[in-house]
Design a protein around this ligand. Structure first.
Ligand SMILES: [Zn+2]
Length: 241
């Protein structure tokens, strides 16, 4: 594996138990340079051609997630996580290459086995930081990966078994932080990106998407029959884990 080692890391304060997937609109070497310039990092970069570049040793705390929250993980998510940056020039709005996904699946499986990472703890950057981040975007193939044991998916029929109706509580059961209305709306949007990507508008302006979690002209709704049904079915998968 090629190495472009980045200096932006420090010591972990927790064992690895979370895997975070990202994307950036740069190809491999260029992405390493951009991360370096921004004084951040990831453990690995996965280039368009499916080649992996190691940037930070897995034993170290890379600076990829920032402040966030997911299930039992609070604030310092970098300490207990591994971060992989995928190249995507559309910021995850058009399909990832087969070469990338064919490399990513066995690589995630290997990391999950090595660190005993649970399927529910393989997540998007947008899942842990819904108010700040949109990556790895609506084209990330979560359903396909879940079939390989990476992340969790849902059975639509399980919606009926979930009695809870509060959107904030359902999102919270899955893992999203929903302490305020702003967080709840952002989490609902991150949920759509992950589980109902067909409901999220494509942002033609990729640069806009870098710093804005809502595509231009998008309505920020907390309703919709399909949304609520899917939310209940997903919450059913994630409860009692
Ligand atoms: Zn990211």
């Amino acid at each position: 594996m090629e190495e472009i080692l980045l200096p932006h890391f420090n010591e972990r304060k927790a064992p690895v138990s979370l895997l975070v997937l990202h994307c950036s609109a740069h190809t491999g070497k260029e992405m390493a340079a951009c991360l370096n310039k921004a004084e951040v990092s990831a453990h690995y970069i996965l280039d368009l051609d499916g080649s992996l570049i190691k940037c930070v040793d897995e034993s170290k705390r890379a600076w990829h997630a920032g402040l966030g929250s997911w299930r039992e993980f609070q604030e310092d998510l970098n300490s207990g996580s591994i971060g992989i940056e995928l190249s995507s020039l559309s910021l995850g709005q058009t399909p990832y290459t087969e070469a990338q996904i064919n490399k990513l699946i066995p690589f995630c499986q290997k990391l999950m086995r090595k660190y005993k990472i649970k399927p529910q703890n393989v997540i998007a950057h947008s899942d842990l930081a819904p108010t700040r981040k949109a990556d790895p975007g609506i084209a990330f193939p979560w359903k396909r990966l879940a079939k390989e044991g990476i992340g969790l998916w849902y059975q639509p029929r399980n919606a009926e078994k979930m009695q809870e109706n509060s959107v904030a509580k359902l999102l919270n059961i899955i893992g999203y932080k929903t302490d305020s209305q702003e967080e709840t709306i952002a989490a609902a949007y991150a949920f759509r990106r992950h589980f109902l990507p067909e409901e999220v508008a494509v942002d033609e302006d990729v640069h806009h998407l870098v710093d804005n979690i809502y595509p231009l002209g998008e309505k920020k709704l907390l309703e919709g029959e399909k949304f609520l049904k899917t939310l209940k079915a997903v919450a059913y998968s994630y409860q009692n884990l």
